[in-house]
Ligand binder design. Structure first.
Ligand code: GTP
Ligand code: MG
Length: 201
């Protein structure tokens, strides 16, 4: 039996390319961060059981705004309304210096001002593991006292035995719990919702 909540509603709510455009921080929020093209938007679609709610792309750098998705979840006996927040990806080489600086300010401002932000899901590609930018983000999140779950996505791209090795390497490198995920096959969905349960309900 699936332990994931029922997705009662899910809809795009707001997009912000400037801090001034962020909606008021009145909701419980969970943010999704990771390198460009790692599969953040696909992961959100997979969690929400919606194929095309969040725009995905094979071209890196598709998501340039902070996008808010308002979600109603049911896990008996209660319903909750939360925002899933898709953060623009980092580490995209073709960005100019000023674009990267803007990205930094935007993310930083977001992370520091959201009263309802319960935690951040940091997504890495299981084939690449934790890279420099990811490590910097995870350290920064812990400085801000924000809770983190690491998701190793695209597990469908490698064999089971390689998945095991990569997952335990990641666990050793971070000291954090790791969830293996495939947005194309849905593996890891229950496990990730279980990890986020305390944030959401
Ligand atoms: P940006 O918004 O550009 O930062 O990218 P993103 O992190 O949101 O990635 P996105 O979800 O757009 O996915 C990038 C590419 O990876 C797309 O071609 C997806 O179809 C593919 N992809 C994402 N997740 C998975 C997965 O679990 N398995 C496989 N096989 N492909 C995936
Ligand atoms: Mg995206």
């Amino acid at each position: 039996m699936s332990t994931a909540p029922i997705i009662v509603e899910a809809a795009f709510f707001a997009g912000a390319t400037e801090l001034s455009q962020l909606p008021p921080p009145t909701r419980v929020e969970v943010a999704f961060a990771g390198r460009s093209n790692v599969g953040k938007s696909s992961l959100i679609n997979s969690l929400l059981n919606r194929r095309k709610l969040v725009r995905t792309s094979s071209t890196p750098g598709a998501t340039r705004a902070i996008n808010f998705f308002r979600v109603k979840l049911r896990s008996e006996p209660s319903d909750v309304e939360v925002d899933f927040v898709d953060l623009p990806g980092y580490g995209y080489a073709k960005r100019s210096k000023s674009e990267r600086a803007h990205w930094g300010q935007l993310i930083d401002g977001f992370l520091k001002t959201r009263a309802g932000l319960r935690g951040v899901v940091v997504i890495v590609d299981i084939r690449r593991g934790l890279e420099q930018d990811d490590r910097a983000l995870v350290e920064y999140l812990s400085e801000l006292d924000l809770q983190v779950v690491i998701v190793a996505t695209k597990i469908d791209k490698i064999s089971r035995s390689k998945q095991k090795i990569a997952l335990s390497d990641l666990k050793r490198a971070t000291g954090l719990r790791i969830v293996g995920y495939s947005s194309t096959e849905g593996q890891g969905r229950d496990a990730l919702f279980a990890r986020m349960h305390g944030w959401l309900f």
